[in-house]
Each structure stands twice: as C-alpha cells, then as structure tokens.
Design a protein around this ligand. Sequence first.
Ligand code: GKR
Ligand code: MG
Length: 430
Amino acid sequence: MNTALVIEDVRLTPILVSDPPLLNTQGVHQPYTPRLIVEVVTRGGTTGVGETYGDGAYLEAARSLAEALPGRAVTDLNGLFALAGEVCDGSHATADDRVDAGGLRGVRNAGKIRLSVVSAFEVACLDALGRAQGLPVHALLGGKVRDSVEYSAYLFYRWAAHPVPGERDDWGAALDPAGVVAQARRFADTYGFGSFKLKGGVFEPDREIAAIRALAEAFPGRPLRLDPNGAWSVPTSLYVAEQLKDVLEYLEDPTSGTDNMAAVAAATDVPLATNMCVTTLAEIPEAFARDAVRIVLSDHHYWGGLHRTRELAGICRTFGVGLSMHSNTHLGISLAAMTHVAATVPDLAYACDSHYPWQTEDVITERHTFTGGRLTVSDAPGLGVELDRDRLAALHRRWLEDDGTHRERDDAAAMRVADPDWTTPAVPRW
Ligand code: GKR
Ligand code: MG
C-alpha cells in the first residue's frame, strides 16, 4: 500500500449557513441551515474535502465513521462502504427516521442517513486522491465527456425576509406569477440559465399553473418544470398535466408514492421525474417496471457518492430512463462534486438542479460562477476547490453559538414562527 495515501486523520466541522425564506410544501427554509464539512487528511499530508447534511443524526453517523477510518487508504472506497455498514448502525436515527418518515430529502431512514454521510467521505477521499496524483476527480471517475455542465434556474416562491432578525437579501418577495417571472429574469440575466424549475406545492394548483404559464410567455420555448414534492392527488396531477402539457419539459413528483406516480404516468404524455419515489436501488425495480417515472433525479448525497451515482446512471441507461440531478441547500464543495460526476455521465439530457445561487455564504475561497447557465468542469487536481478556513471557522462558530433552533433543519418549525397554527400538510394536500 502507498502509505502516503493512508488516512491519518478525519476532521468534521458542523456549520450553519444562511438560507433565504424559500417556501415549500413543508413550510419555509430556516434562516440558517446545518451542513457538515468533512476533511480527510492523509499520511502524505494531503487533505481532501467533502460536504453533506449537518443535522444531528448525520453528525452522529459521521463521528462513528471518522473515528474508524484512520489507517485505511483513500483508494479503498469499497472498504469505506463496508466500514460504514459496520459502524453506522442506525442508533443515531430518530424514531421518525426508523419508521421511514417521508420528507423533502426523501425517506430519511438510517440507511439513507448512512449513505448521505458516506457520500461526503467518498468525495473527500476522491479529492485527496486526485490532489495526491495531480488528477481531477472526473478523471478518477473515468474522465469527463463534456467540458461544462448545464444547470437550471431553481425558482422558489419566497418572502422578502425571514420573520426574525438575521441575514437579508435583495431578491424581494415572489408570491405571484409576476414575482416568479421577475425572479426567473434575474436568474437568466445574472447566470444565463436557460431552463427553469419552480418549486410548487405551496399554493393552490391553479395559482402555480398561472406562474408556469407566465414563465412560458416570458421565456417562449424554454424548458420548464414544476415540482410540488408529491403534494397533489392523482386527479389533481392529471389536471395540472393537462393544463401545462404544451409547455412542461417534465412534471417532478406531482404525487406521492410509486402507485400514484404510475397512475399519473399512465394517463398523461407529460414526462414524470422524481427525486422522491426512486431514492434507493430497492425502489427501482417496481418504479421502472410500472413506468412510473421517465427521469430519475439523482443526488450524490443520498445515493451514496459519485461512484454510486454513476452506477445509477448505468441502470437508468439500461432501462431507457433519463437521468438528471436533484439538489438541496448546499455549498460549493458539493457543487464541485456534482459537476465532476455530471461531467462523466454520457447521456445527461436535462439541466441539473442546484440551490447554489441562493447561498450567499460558502466555505471555499473562490465561489463557482455560472456562465451561460453552465459551470466549467475543473481540470485542477481533486475537486478544484480550496477551503477558506476563516469562513469555515466563522460558520462553525455560528453553529456552536446556536441555541439549538437551527441545528436540525425543520421547515415546518420555521413556518410556525410566522403562522403558529401551521402543521405540515398531509398528502395529498390538493
Ligand atoms: O429546498 O425547499 C427545498 C426543496 O424542496 C428541497 O428540499 C427538495 O429536496 O429541491 C428538492 C426537490 O427537488 O424536491
Ligand atoms: Mg424534487
């Protein structure tokens, strides 16, 4: 074994990152959201970085893995998965996690938490290996097949500000079609995005249909998507599909569960995409056999890393199912990882999602810049990003000083600050 590639130390830094008041089916984003930064340090003195969810259950699992990892090589990624299976035993999962509580991050059970944690370690190992070998991460995944990756503008209904003191931005509110179009216009002008996804499930379907119609008028011929995170019944999904069939690229998770998705898919020609009903390998056979989805939105966090994302891409290709990329609130390390893996997937026919433009804070020295709606794939060693240790320390300090309110992402609790009677709506809501 090349001892320079043996892991000597693992550093975990939980942080809180500011997040705007973006609305979704569950409620509203909190002013601060938890993320976890993973650093893997080799005996050769190379450090690789990774990023994942930072809520308590993820942090607990990450601590177990970080303790067990030293002594193993950054090349031993299969061993990393086996080790995670041994040491992240699920005792960190909450009661809700264990009964598969549904959520916007997909089913948050112990297995899913483990995969999301492993993903950050896998990315950190690949970053360290790439740096040590002078190779970009995409080269470690087989090599890029494109020089840039296309992203879509991720539009949200939103308030102008959180109902509590804190960070402010200048985006203003977007609560009607005009607000959504203005937001899209700014995304297009600033970053050149040419395709648009609206997070729905916030208002009655007719109001969201009107927003998509307004987008279609403002940006004729551009790919449009609407994603209510499973908030609609089968009849409502079919009604929306009928109203928007001439302008939608796809409908994303209109309804919850494979049965309902299959029923919608059977009765409309509008393609269905998902990051909710196909979130694990075990969910693939039934969903694909029943033609419930035409596009799977992969997320390297909860699929378990970059190699697993490529395995998913191969399965999708075999079954003629399209692949694109889902995103949750994330920073520049994860965006770099997403871009490297996306660069290696041959048949990526849809622009990837990213929350990144909403994040004004980061832990890397140079933020990524979208140009023409695309990110250039870095050929620098590893991920091609550098940690900004001062920023990391400041965001960690915020985590240390938090009274506990923000250490678990809870969009329903954030909504209750403005509306004390709010409870997470049962599905289908409409
Ligand atoms: O950030 O509010 C949000 C999104 O709704 C996110 O939680 C989802 O996981 O973006 C995601 C999606 O496409 O479902
Ligand atoms: Mg989605």
